[in-house]
Design a protein around this ligand. Structure first.
Ligand code: SF4
Ligand code: SF4
Length: 189
């Protein structure tokens, strides 16, 4: 197929007009950034979308934090009940349903001597790879024990390597803490 190349006019042949136009855009963004530097309190209340709309894209983390939109559901964590008992029974439903396969569970048994021996199972290890997680919330939806929730209170997850971005059971309970809920399916009667 023959592609017809348009003839370049004098303006296109001279590169200076394009450079001036580019500098104009740069100055426009510089003006916006300077305005936000003069009024930094305005920048702290901006959502990520507002930030890009104003041209202000660099955030001084961790001194500055994102404000999340209302629709943000949070990140998955494990929670314990009011008695400090882990609610997860390592049924692995969340591992099965997780679309990017971010969850890895090693099922374990609760010893017969435990006051919670009636439950029989608890995870020996529970990992969520936060580099894989897409924050969809399916794990929370499917959990029959209300043991895994997406919580908004979590900080932004940062790490110095991939291994630090895989949250183990200890970290997941540390982030989730105690989450009182009316349903206590496994409580002794
Ligand atoms: S939020 Fe979605 S992607 Fe993340 S662990 Fe749960 S099911 Fe998997
Ligand atoms: S978090 Fe819920 S769905 Fe996942 S293994 Fe534990 S009890 Fe099952």
């Amino acid at each position: 197929m023959h592609v017809v190349r348009p003839e370049l006019g004098l303006k296109e042949k001279l590169y200076l007009p394009s450079i001036v136009a580019g500098m104009g855009i740069t100055l426009k963004h510089l003006g916006r950034s300077l305005r936000l530097m003069i009024a930094p309190e305005k920048k702290k209340t901006l959502s990520p979308l507002d930030m890009s709309a104003t041209g202000m894209v660099t955030m001084q983390y961790p001194e500055e934090k994102w404000t999340y939109p209302d629709g943000y559901r949070g990140a998955p964590v494990l929670v314990k009940d009011e008695d400090g008992r882990e609610k997860c029974v390592s049924c692995q439903l969340c591992e099965f349903v997780c679309p990017p396969r971010a969850i890895r569970i090693t099922p374990g048994s609760i010893p017969a001597s435990s006051p919670h021996a009636k439950v029989e199972k608890a995870p020996e290890e529970f990992q969520i790879d936060m580099l894989r997680c897409i924050y969809c919330g399916l794990c929370e939806e499917v959990c029959p024990e209300e043991a895994i929730f997406l919580r908004k209170e979590n900080p932004i997850f940062v790490g110095q390597g991939r291994t630090e971005m895989v949250h183990n059971k200890e970290r997941l309970y540390e982030l989730g803490g105690i989450y009182p809920r009316p349903i206590k399916k496994w409580a002794l009667k």
